[in-house]
Design a protein around this ligand. Structure first.
Ligand SMILES: O=C(O)c1cccc(C(=O)CC[C@H]2O[C@@H](n3cnc4c(=O)[nH]cnc43)[C@H](O)[C@@H]2O)c1
Length: 237
């Protein structure tokens, strides 16, 4: 199975490819983005936020499909904020649900999701067997991973998100975009995040990006064995 991994920035992409023994080959996509290809894994730094992630993922999935060699899995991967106390700094989280946490409308009675507004869906649920296999092989925690367009920077916003999403373990900015593009192609999806900072009052100096990137490399070192587990589906969802 060919796997597409989508990160936001180049440092995350390089942390993923560092897990593989061979140096990646660069492959240009239509539009000019460049995939880093190694050992069945193509890794794309698509930019920050759900829109950039969806655009990059859709481009890569479409190019592969037109070439007659489609991906079997799309993985949104990178660093993220961890929800205390469940996801401490350095922890690895695999998403049971990939949730668009700020896509919707404010109303006097509270936040309304796009699902409640009747405009589509606010969450994607990766294959549960795949999530279990990845958690077992990598030691990842599993729970909801929220996609936000604005990094949480206050205790009040963190409390509001955890009230609305009690199973949330992490927050990042791209997963839902990758999942929407994957769903449009009938491609399986996963989200993996390593915790660089707590979700809460903004303190950029306290972010542990190096440790989180090292944990990302370790996760991708273990991932191929998980994806090769017997009994896991190979085909489309
Ligand atoms: O400055 C660096 O060296 C550096 C290296 C790797 C990544 C970064 C980023 O800033 C990545 C931005 C990326 O990180 C995710 N992220 C991380 N923490 C949070 C958070 O608390 N809430 C939401 N997103 C978070 C996010 O997916 C961004 O795309 C810098």
């Amino acid at each position: 199975m060919r796997v597409l991994v989508v990160t936001a920035v180049a440092a995350e992409r390089d942390a993923v490819t560092a897990a593989f023994p061979r140096a990646p080959e660069e492959v240009a996509l239509p539009g000019g983005a460049v995939l880093h290809r190694t050992a069945g894994y193509d890794v794309l730094a698509a930019g920050v936020g759900p829109a950039a992630a969806a655009a990059g993922t859709a481009t890569a999935l479409t190019a592969a499909a037109l070439a007659g060699d489609p991906y079997g899995l799309a993985v949104s991967a990178g660093i993220g904020g961890g929800v205390a106390p469940g996801a401490p700094l350095g922890a690895l989280v695999v998403a049971e649900r990939i949730v668009a946490a700020d896509l919707g409308a404010e109303a006097p009675e509270g936040f309304l999701t796009v699902t409640e507004l009747g405009f589509g869906r606010d969450a994607h649920r990766p294959d549960a067997g795949l999530v279990r296999a990845v958690a077992a092989a990598t030691g990842a925690l599993s729970g909801d991973v929220l996609t936000v367009s604005t990094v949480t920077g206050s205790a009040a916003r963190a409390a509001e998100l955890t009230r609305r999403h009690p199973r949330a373990l992490a927050e990042a900015m791209e997963g839902f975009g990758v999942a929407e593009a994957a769903a449009a192609h009938g491609t399986r999806v996963l989200e993996l995040r390593t915790v660089s900072n707590p979700v809460g009052p903004r303190d950029r100096a306290a972010w542990r990006i190096g440790d989180a990137l090292a944990a990302l490399t370790a996760a991708f070192h273990a991932l191929p064995a998980a994806l090769a587990s017997p009994g896991l589906p190979e085909g489309p969802p």
